[in-house]
Design a protein around this ligand. Structure first.
Ligand code: HEC
Ligand code: HEC
Length: 483
């Protein structure tokens, strides 16, 4: 059943609602029989409870997710957060004269697709769509783009995100299993056990487990110490599409999700004090997650021109020759396509599998995917989902942020996923580099050797690598017309 969220409408509108209800229609689809309200300026007219997900087809849920992703939220939906900050956890805002939309500290946009729109909804963003990300607790009112207050980031595309999350879940499971085995062995043998942390051919350093249960985490590399691979955000610090979406709804739009700002955590259904209660439900968050998770895979499109086509094919060989694939793994193997929402690694404040709510199961499409000899799906992600130091004294460009994020140093970023890169200019985490050639030449730190190899190629060979990267493209997604 579809529920209309409890909200405070002016009296005359309630009267009109009653008059305008269309009775006698069945709920044959999610949007078939909505109550009609004359002059209704809510962008989201239907909300979905988590327990209702099983009543709808995957396609209907994804469509609802796209409605949410494309919705240009209004104050009637709860847009804006007069009494809350952009912080990831519920934090009250100092009272005062705060604009309802605010380009730096946010809310900074009307819709998710206000930024994620190249070449279509769920895509990447132009430099003008950059976001200013701060942890938001103490400096929530920054009105400057000075890097000492926030990190400026370009908008990445979200195509193939479901596969990204599944890869990360499997990697976390692998790494944690290696740790558990080492701990058990150290206990039974009463000796220190050192193990290499490798999943899907990517090395995340090593750890040693001592007989007394102590775990030495100093040599873990490129992943958080809890061994959860966090594949989202350009620093690789967000666990799931769900977590990211909950953050983004609040930070960009002032739409607080019930599962983090609601009664169970804040004893209020209207934490931001804008008179709209339960602004977005868990079912809605699942839908917007599943919309993103089911965005199509980026594709590879060879140029029609024979000269360029030949160059692109050569470029792939040179990409490997210059060891670009040391980090930008052309494919990572995925064991299974089952997307379970919520996922297994969410922390409190995001719906968890143990919360007693419906756990939704879907299968991501296998269209366009190949398998390896072991039966794994090869996901053409062009990343190792690992963080690397990517700047040094010779190549300082990528160390252009003033704030560290979580446990990750300022010069460390997760290997950019290059699938779709031919459709997502501008480049770099700040979106301030206009050509592929320049963004490659900015690689320093752990990529120094590879960049030197690139620089050692002839000018024509370097251009062939660029031609190859241009073949990695996004397919546009149908835009909704009914919203
Ligand atoms: C003001 C522009 C803007 C808006 C609006 C916006 N985003 Fe984003 N989005 C970004 C930027 C910038 C990043 C990169 C953030 C980072 O690196 O930390 C991003 C990253 C993401 C990611 C992580 C992708 C990845 O592969 O790392 C997800 C998921 C996402 N956004 C979903 C959403 C959703 C859902 C909404 C709406 C609730 C939304 N975004 C609204 C700019 C925006
Ligand atoms: C040590 C790991 C590593 C190696 C080796 C490496 N890269 Fe990267 N690459 C990264 C990281 C990390 C980023 C993200 C940089 C940023 O924006 O902060 C990146 C970003 C990129 C981007 C920009 C993507 C975007 O959407 O903005 C391109 C293009 C790229 N790399 C191509 C290459 C090529 C070509 C090579 C080989 C010459 C290469 N890389 C070698 C780690 C690596």
């Amino acid at each position: 059943m579809i529920v209309s969220l409890e909200k405070k409408l002016p009296f005359n509108i309630i009267a009109m609602t009653t008059m305008a209800i269309i009775n006698g229609m069945c709920f044959s689809s999610l949007y078939a029989a909505t109550d009609v309200v004359i002059g209704d300026e809510r962008a989201v007219k239907q909300h979905l409870e988590q327990s209702d997900l099983s009543n709808y087809s995957f396609k209907q849920i994804v469509k609802h997710g796209q409605v949410l992703f494309d919705a240009r939220f209004t104050v009637l939906d709860g847009a804006g957060r007069p009494a809350a900050t952009s912080a990831e956890v519920p934090v009250k805002r100092r009272k005062g004269n705060v604009p309802s939309l605010f380009r730096t500290a946010g809310p900074d946009a009307n819709a998710c697709s206000g930024c994620h729109n190249q070449p279509s909804s769920g895509g990447a963003g132009d430099f003008v769509a950059n976001a200013f990300t701060a942890e938001g607790v103490t400096d929530f009112e920054f009105d400057t783009v000075d890097p000492q207050f926030s990190n400026e980031r370009g908008t990445p595309h979200l195509h193939g995100s479901g596969y990204v999350e599944l890869l990360a879940r499997e990697m976390s499971i692998d790494l944690q299993a290696i740790r558990a085995k080492a701990v058990a062995k150290a206990r039974s043998t009463k000796r220190t056990v050192a193990v290499k942390l490798i999943s899907k051919g990517v090395s995340f350093g090593e750890l040693s487990a001592h007989a007394d249960g102590f775990i030495d985490i100093n040599r873990i590399d490129g992943v958080d110490h809890d061994l959860v691979v966090r594949p989202f955000g350009q620093k690789g610090v967000f666990t799931s599409l769900r977590q990211f979406s909950i953050n983004a709804m609040n930070a960009h739009h002032g739409i607080q999700s019930d599962e983090r700002w609601g009664m169970q955590w804040t004893h209020s259904n209207d934490f931001d004090e804008d008179d709209v209660k339960r602004e977005i439900t868990s079912g809605d968050i699942s839908a917007v997650t599943l919309f993103q998770a089911s965005l199509p895979l980026p594709i590879s499109v060879l140029p029609e021109n024979k000269v360029l086509k030949h160059a692109a094919v050569e470029g792939e060989r040179l990409f490997v020759k210059a060891a670009c694939d040391q980090c930008h793994r052309q494919t990572l193997p995925l064991r299974a396509l089952n997307f379970v929402e919520p996922g297994p690694f969410n922390l409190a404040g995001n719906l968890r599998q143990t919360d007693g709510q419906l756990v939704y199961k879907a299968e991501l499409s296998e269209a366009g995917l190949k398998k390896d000899a072991n039966g794994n799906w090869l996901i053409p992600i062009f990343s190792d989902l690992k963080r690397h130091v990517i700047a040094d004294a010779d190549k300082p460009h990528f160390a252009n942020e003033g704030l560290s994020q979580r446990f990750s140093a300022r010069d460390e970023f997760m290997t950019a996923k290059l699938w779709g890169v031919g459709s997502t200019a501008p480049y770099g985490h700040r979106g301030d580099v206009t050509t592929l050639m320049d963004v490659i030449l900015h690689h320093g730190g752990a990529a120094k050797e590879s960049r030197l190899q690139f620089e050692g190629l002839t000018d024509l060979e370097q251009r062939k690598i660029v031609e190859y990267l241009k073949t990695l493209q996004l397919t546009p997604v149908n835009t909704l017309v009914n919203n």
